[in-house]
Design a protein around this ligand. Structure first.
Ligand SMILES: Cc1cc2nc3c(=O)[nH]c(=O)nc-3n(C[C@H](O)[C@H](O)[C@H](O)COP(=O)(O)OP(=O)(O)OC[C@H]3O[C@@H](n4cnc5c(N)ncnc54)[C@H](O)[C@@H]3O)c2cc1C
Length: 500
């Protein structure tokens, strides 16, 4: 047999081995109430799919194809009515405070009915997550409370993230590449704030968001050290919307051009300024890298969940087709080749889901969800009435001291190894889930023949929608390289990544 000492010794020989099983370490620590809460979230998503999305998704796709300038306000408002823009905002900031991993299950459900809608809701949380990652307590509190107010008075208030530029997509997603990129969005320091000039493209929800987390650079020669993240509001002087992209899929979720011409942003709206940030153990460049990794480790798991939804949608279309279509005198579902294909598709769904679930466990142990999932914190916020939390904390959150404290705790509190684990797993969930999603779409179309190509069957729309998932949140190539960097190369100093 094996002794206790031997178990310890063998486990320690390969610390990466433990990485593969974040669930083993995380599950015993999780608050039990999270399970019930997650079941509730899944049930809400299913009801929304049935009542709101499924009856209109194909029609909206056609409408947007014919008129890309149309904006899906009906859906935006419905999601607001159902409370979806505040569900995953912590209660301390005026939200409903549902546990963060439950959002992945939610977007998987919504994605199984329509990826445009999953992105429309999910990308708002990309904005929220970016804002939260800056640890700027006053701005987090103000913007999130704006979202909550928008829900109360039925005027949706969403947050977008604007980072991609016309000449730089992958390069601005990765700090190791940004200094070599064709960066043009300039933040010039002026009295009391910054003046932004430049253009952002492909910004999901741009035209329908109230707030925009804008990433610009004070020195275009040294962007990795001079990154500035700012909150810009629709209607601000010098800020306007350009075109909406005509894209192949996810047509219901607009991808917008954002144009800045001498747009003044007051210091009050600067969430993170790498040149000003002081007292942290990492350099400004390393801090930029950490903040980006902190965001994408969580949001790439979300894209993996979108993709799991797409894999399910495709599988469900194929299964329905196979159960009602006869080939050679018998139902397709009774042909062994079709049974094997359906099993393969079922497996793809299971694997895509396992990857994002495991990543959520990693984020709960070492990343963005860590504090809120600790049992005392979780139950404290769950039990406390929102009005009491507001009275107790709103004043405190205004104080710069609180931002400093939170930054120190969140950023300095995370080790390099923890950053690598969460970021590497985020990439794994993203590229494996989205590749499996596409596989299922292709298999569904192969099985369905000409029916699969018809718009009214829905399967071709899922393929068009799913293809986009392999591109945003870092292309799958970039994510493969990031996994290599975070989970493999860190043990092999001779391996260079992004250094060509
Ligand atoms: C539907 C949609 C919604 C989006 N929403 C947002 C949003 O809300 N906010 C936002 O800021 N951005 C958004 N984006 C932009 C998205 O993040 C970028 O498209 C993505 O980062 C890829 O950049 P790119 O398209 O410029 O491709 P490029 O960077 O030009 O890449 C082209 C090809 O080269 C490869 N490549 C590039 N660099 C490297 C490298 N160093 N090593 C190896 N291969 C490399 C890529 O993998 C790709 O195959 C969205 C994009 C889409 C399609």
């Amino acid at each position: 047999m094996i002794s206790r000492a031997e178990i310890k010794s063998y486990a320690n020989r390969s610390p990466k081995f433990d990485d593969m099983y974040c669930s083993l370490q995380a599950v015993p620590k999780l608050p039990k109430a999270m399970v019930k809460e997650t079941k509730k979230v899944i049930a809400i998503a299913r009801k929304f799919n049935e009542q709101v999305i499924r009856p209109h998704a194909l029609e909206l796709d056609l409408k947007m194809h014919e008129n890309p300038d149309f904006l899906p306000w009906d859906f935006v408002e419905k999601a607001n009515e159902w409370g979806f823009y505040t569900m995953w905002i912590p209660k301390i900031f005026g939200g409903q405070g549902y546990n963060m991993p439950s959002m992945s299950y939610f977007v998987e459900e919504i994605g199984s009915a329509c990826l445009s809608m999953a992105n429309l809701i999910g990308v708002h949380y990309l904005g929220v997550c970016t804002l939260t990652a800056t640890c700027h307590m006053r701005l987090i509190n103000r913007l999130c409370r704006d979202v909550a107010a928008g829900e109360k008075n039925q005027t949706p208030c969403l947050i977008s993230l604007a980072i991609t530029e016309p000449g730089a997509g992958t390069d601005v997603e990765e700090v190791d590449l940004v200094d070599k990129g064709n960066i043009t969005c300039h933040a010039e320091k002026v009295a009391d704030g910054y003046k932004i000039n430049g253009t952002k493209v492909f910004i999901s929800n741009g035209h329908i968001s109230t707030w925009h987390m804008v990433v610009a650079y004070a020195d275009l020669q040294k962007p990795s050290e001079t990154t500035v993240m700012m909150a810009v509001k629709t209607g601000d002087k010098g800020f306007s919307f350009g075109r909406k992209e005509r894209k192949m899929g996810q047509k219901g979720c607009p991808a917008s051009e954002l144009v800045f011409k001498d747009c003044f942003v007051h210091d009050d709206r600067v969430c993170l300024d790498l040149q000003q940030i002081k007292g942290l153990k990492r350099s400004p460049r390393e801090t930029a890298m950490q903040v980006i990794d902190y965001i994408v480790a969580a949001t790439r798991a979300g894209v993996g969940a979108f993709a799991t939804g797409a894999a399910r949608g495709a599988y469900e279309s194929a299964l329905q087709f196979a159960s009602e279509t006869s080939v050679k005198g018998k139902l397709l579902i009774n042909h062994e080749w079709a049974q094997c294909m359906l099993s393969e598709m079922f497996k793809n769904i299971a694997l895509a889901r396992l990857a994002y679930v495991e990543t959520n466990y990693a984020n709960g142990l070492y990343g963005a969800f860590r504090e809120l999932q600790k049992k005392p914190m979780y139950y404290y916020y769950k039990m406390m009435p929102a009005s009491w939390l507001e009275k107790m904390f709103s004043g405190m959150l205004e104080k710069p001291f609180f931002t400093k404290l939170f930054r120190k705790q969140q950023l300095d509190g995370q080790t390099d190894d923890e950053i690598h684990r969460t970021s590497g797993w985020g990439s794994l969930a993203k590229f494996s889930g989205t590749d499996l999603g596409i596989k299922n779409c292709q298999m569904a179309l192969s099985m369905m023949g000409q029916a699969g190509l018809r718009h009214d069957r829905g399967a071709e729309k899922i393929l068009r929608d799913a293809k986009l998932l392999q591109i945003y949140e870092g292309t799958n190539q970039l994510n493969r390289l990031n996994l290599f960097k975070c989970l493999i190369a860190c043990d092999y100093p001779q391996a260079g990544v992004f250094d060509e």
